[in-house]
Design a protein around this ligand. Sequence first.
Ligand code: C5P
Length: 297
Amino acid sequence: MNLRAHAKINLSLAVGGVRPDGYHELRTVFQSLALHDTLRFAEADEGLAIACSAPGVPLDERNLVWKAARLVWAAAGRRGEPRGRVRITKRIPAQGGLGGGSADAAAALVGWDRLWATRLPAGRLRDLARGLGADVPFFLWAGTALGLERGDEIHPLDDAPSRWVVLVFPPFGVSTPEAFRWWDEDERPRAASPEPALGVLGTALSDVERPQADLLAVFNDLEAPVSRRHPELLESRRALEGAGAEAAAMTGSGSTVFGLFGSRLAARAASDRLRSVARRTIVTRTATRLQAGLLVG
Ligand code: C5P
């Protein structure tokens, strides 16, 4: 049995105050991409086995796909160790803000559930997804969605208008805790709100009702603190804008930068121009909920 684990970008990402659990309040609009990993699940007589096409991916209990197996097995009330095999074909570059590991984790929850015919209700899968990481619940929904709280309270939105997307990979990586720490250092002292835990994100529900167009602004609050430490990031965004992108921004905690384009031709031309400044580029397009969602169909 095969499942696709689609990458995401954050069309927008607003950071609020720090919560009692140490996470930051977020208001982000996620958007699925056609770019995806593939996970192939199969029965096994004993134990779990993960194989992956990309080197450097842990193939043991450190992998979220393994953790997902444990969670589904336990939720199904089954005894002993989970039994199954999965082969991950990786196309989503790791640690770039495209959610590759989280997308695989969400696909694994659904994959193990189907392989073992556990038939957990969707709400249960969403709870398990939250436990695997702040980004994981989005990948069950996919398409275009608003993420609140830690980014894990998902409100599905109508699919955004289709766009071609050029992904640019600058020659450095950023870890998620690092990006949030830099935001704390630079931006938190300047935040005006006396109650940062509520901060700018206090009006969550009215945001959901706001017109779709408002929600589709492109920006990322983590971009300035990352750019300050890695000026190449700003260069990549400017290069995308110079190559005709309708809008461009860093995705997630970086370091990938994306540009939106109206046609494949325009996206290809921009990608060719950027190849001289970027380590790597990928041309893809946005994917709808129907194309990318794990709980549809
Ligand atoms: O949940 P996840 O593993 O994706 O988060 C990694 C780290 O990123 C957290 O431990 C935290 O330091 C930071 N983070 C945060 N606020 C969020 C999401 C992540 O501070 N909303």
